[in-house]
Design a protein around this ligand. Sequence first.
Ligand code: 3HC
Length: 333
Amino acid sequence: MYSQGLIGADGTTEETEEFLAAFQARIDREEKIEPNDPMPEGYRKTLIRQIGQHAHSEIVGMLPEGNWITRAPSLRRKAALLAKVQDEGGHGLYLYSAAETLGVSREQMTEELLSGKAKYSSIFNYPTPTWADMGTIGWLVDGAAIMNQIPLCRCSYGPYARAMIRVCKEESFHQRQGYELLISLCNGTKEQKDMAQDSINRWWWPSLMMFGPHDADSSHSEQSMKWKIKRFSNDELRQKFIDATVPQAEYLGLTVPDPDLKWNPEKNNGKGGYDHGEINWVEFWQVVKGHGQMNRDRIKARKKAWNDGEWVRDAALAHAEKRAARQTAQAAE
Ligand code: 3HC
């Protein structure tokens, strides 16, 4: 029987060696941890941090593409982009709901985002000046997200893993529609192909940064992998993404903007893989710290949306309280 942690007077679990060992044994047996299970405070906090930031990324990620909905070149492209942006909003909803099962409120998470205390993915702090960016975001950004999110379907925390299964199904549509958009451009006029090349030039390296710092510089990876929140390290997923994506760029006839990119048959235990150049980590940390090209615009847009939506939240809550009061009165009759 899984030993209950000693519940302290304030309701938190006293983390005895025995309790921690029993919890880790559950993780090692690939058991899913559910919201009402006793869990180490560090496990809960890590999940709130990661799921909350993941949710913020989905919602902020709607902004770069939302910028092009009214300017899509055809009804078909507009419909695909609308569907994708709407999906991202839904992904944010699943993820905020998964985080709320850990005892944090939507308001708290949003306040931490708007105050700069909580992060969102660096990738969304780059501008989208051309239509080709809509294709590159779908192909590279959602492609990187899929590489990172597929393993999360096997995360040890049940609500997060289950949210990811639905998210990943929709991400594959996002990636395909982006790649198909780029096939059209690359088979189009010289100007259209040049626009696609300019776009990959701007998005290639920021997409590699999505996977996080090198493993040696990752403050959370070791523990997250022990708790099977993370199944692969940042560098492992980044390498998988590069190895899968370079042939796709070649099919498009586009050049990956990395002069050090070279097939190495020895890599990946002899399966082969690409050696690549070094990421600009100064740029990465600048963007993560809020000094990217679009950080201010993104937070300003989120603050406006949160303030403009206050009356909707108040009305929904007032309605819910009134209905609860009516149901209580009816039950008392
Ligand atoms: N952007 C912003 N911050 C980043 C980052 C990035 N690309 N990569 C790492 N960081 C931050 C981490 O959050 C952490 O800071 P914190 O302690 O304040 O949270 C710090 O840098 C150290 O990084 P670690 O690698 O130690 O942190 P993690 O173990 O959390 O790994 C991660 C980072 C790989 C992003 C991991 O959090 C993760 O897998 N998150 C879930 C997936 C996710 O959030 N993806 C973001 C994109 S969502 C998306 O693309 C939507 C799609 O529909 C387009």
